[in-house]
Design a protein around this ligand. Sequence first.
Ligand code: AMP
Length: 420
Amino acid sequence: MNFQEFSLDSRILAGIKSVGYTEPTPIQEQAIPVILQGKDVLGLAQTGTGKTAAFALPILQRLSTGPMRRIRVLVVAPTRELAEQIHQAFTDFSRHMKVRSMTIYGGVGKGTQIKQLRQGVEIVVACPGRLLDLYGEGYIDLSSVEVLVLDEADRMCDMGFLPDIRHIIKLLPAQRQTLFFSATMPKDIRKLVNEILNDPVTVQIGMIAPAKTVDHAIYPITQKMKKHLLLAMLEQEATGQILIFTRTKYRARNLARDLERKKYRVAALQGNMSQNKRQAAITGFRNGKYDILVATDIAARGIDVTNITHVINFDMPDTVDAYTHRIGRTGRAERGGDAYTFAVPDDAAMVRQIERLLKSPIERKRLPDYDYGDFVPETAVNSASTPSNQRKPNKNGRPAKKRRNRNGRQRRHSPYSRTD
Ligand code: AMP
């Protein structure tokens, strides 16, 4: 299949060509015709599947005719980085059109955003907080919105944006097309979907699991030896662009500093940095000024760097969702990638959960020629020791009960509570 078959405006096809896409990805094949028909879409898609173009291209087709200089498309995204990435995609695809797109998010001055709004745009890509601020101050007219896109809705929910989202929806015309993208479907999200989508077509790409083009490996290690192992690994492996995840902002900053001392071209990306510094880190990583980016989960969300060859989980993520999101940063758009996870013996339960998601065991690896001392990586993080559906028996010989919180719900740790 090629892009011509969608009967898109020739200016959009020229935009696609200049970006270098030749064939649509599976989600684009499924979603573009449905969106062109004006239907609501529920897109269950992991990162790296090409979902941005899946909604951006048919939206530009709509904008190729009709009134200009009024907000006809509103895209709501959880982070500034993702908002910038979506805006960039719209700008790239529409380079032969007169369509204007802009971003709205906090952490930067309002002046430029207000000026752009005054000049008139067709596409606004916004984070919820600043959008509501500017609306409250009377700078935004949402009465002409024809299409609403909610991207990474599950992330927005995790970050506490759900009330803002509901508020924003109330400000929009009831007669509109809604495109809703989420990698997972927790209960709150399902409820929202039922409320705001009108007879949606569901587009789902495979299992909601990390991209198939990624090779996964576990490197069992002790907490103390992690940094040493990483340095040895960086020396041994011919790596390209590496994204390293740590559990906290503090650990990201310190690890980046240590690597810099060893003369690596490295930047940190964590929530304590100013928006300018964050953007400089991402841009520097994208254009090759830095080979390594050390990031926390939230700060890294929405980074779109196509050449990431390795994702290294220096610290184990707290949830399988967080694993999916981290690993989604490599192996993007059919390119291969490696995902290495440093696991200490206490991480064994999380490793099993990830293996269940991937539906296969992850290979345990030992770094060749590395002195592990008394530590035996081969047996330290065993997946076979406790089968996934079997918990350790308690004193009475019965399987132990799952821990539940006061409401009787099973405990679920947010991956974001500690990082950003
Ligand atoms: P997304 O899932 O939208 O974040 O896209 C993931 C990556 O795939 C981005 O770097 C896109 O530029 C790239 N991409 C999206 N669609 C295509 C396509 N049809 N051909 C090649 N690359 C693509």
